[in-house]
Design a protein around this ligand. Structure first.
Ligand SMILES: Nc1nc2c(ncn2[C@@H]2O[C@H](COP(=O)(O)OP(=O)(O)OP(=O)(O)O)[C@@H](O)[C@H]2O)c(=O)[nH]1
Ligand SMILES: [Zn+2]
Length: 191
């Protein structure tokens, strides 16, 4: 399990205790005694890949039987907006046009989890997934489509429950080949 070192744990626990006091609760009451430690563990998990520039947990296979396009769709993700440190979450659809090598399918959700576990904005999350797919698989084309709900828009501020935000990136053949691009958008817009 991902965990911060002792010094970081102490600092963050103190921060959580301060937060509880500032909002007007009693950090010594029974229900809150273990809360600072729980929050530290949760934050270590949620922000596990902060600052990491390259995804390295992947496996490639060479192939002479390329599919025209590989699509992995409706992959759930949870991330945190970097402005309010509130969750944004939804689904990611990834497509690529192989060029002699394919990536192990499970590695695509792993890449998305890796890209999500850091302070983020949806546009940067979308870009990071697309650029890492390009770097790792070197495909002829890649597309990434992210649909998400942002808690900072729903439970505070503008207070708009249910609002969905969509961000998409198309590169290579998935930008220039209308048939491939439309096959992808047609599929992912159905759900
Ligand atoms: N483009 C983009 N904006 C985001 C994302 N997550 C949050 N934001 C926005 O970041 C902006 C921050 O604006 P500020 O005016 O600095 O903060 P604020 O006063 O809390 O803004 P409100 O949310 O409008 O109350 C808001 O408009 C948020 O909706 C994201 O993933 N992408
Ligand atoms: Zn926000």
């Amino acid at each position: 399990m991902t965990m911060f070192n002792d010094e970081k744990t102490t600092t963050l626990m103190q921060g959580v205790t301060n937060l509880l006091r500032v909002i007007g609760d009693d950090d010594k009451r029974e229900g809150l005694i273990e809360t600072p430690m729980r929050v530290v563990k949760a934050q270590a998990e949620i922000f596990a890949h902060t600052g990491e520039a390259q995804f390295d947990d992947f496996k490639l296979f060479s192939t002479t039987n390329d599919a025209d396009m590989v699509i992995v769709e409706s992959i759930p993700f949870y991330s945190m907006c970097e402005h309010h440190l509130l969750p944004f979450f939804g689904t990611v659809d990834v497509a690529y046009v192989p060029d002699g090598q394919i990536i192990g399918l499970s590695k695509i959700p792993r890449l998305i989890e890796w890209a999500s576990r850091r302070p983020n904005v949806q546009e940067n999350l979308t870009h990071l997934i697309a650029s890492e797919m390009n770097r790792i698989v070197a495909p002829k084309g890649v597309a990434v489509n992210v649909t998400a709900r942002h808690m900072c828009m729903e439970m505070r501020g503008i207070n708009q429950p249910g609002t969905q935000t969509n961000t998409a990136i198309y590169r290579g053949l998935l930008q220039t080949d209308t048939f491939l691009k439309e096959s992808f958008t047609h599929r992912v817009n159905k759900h």
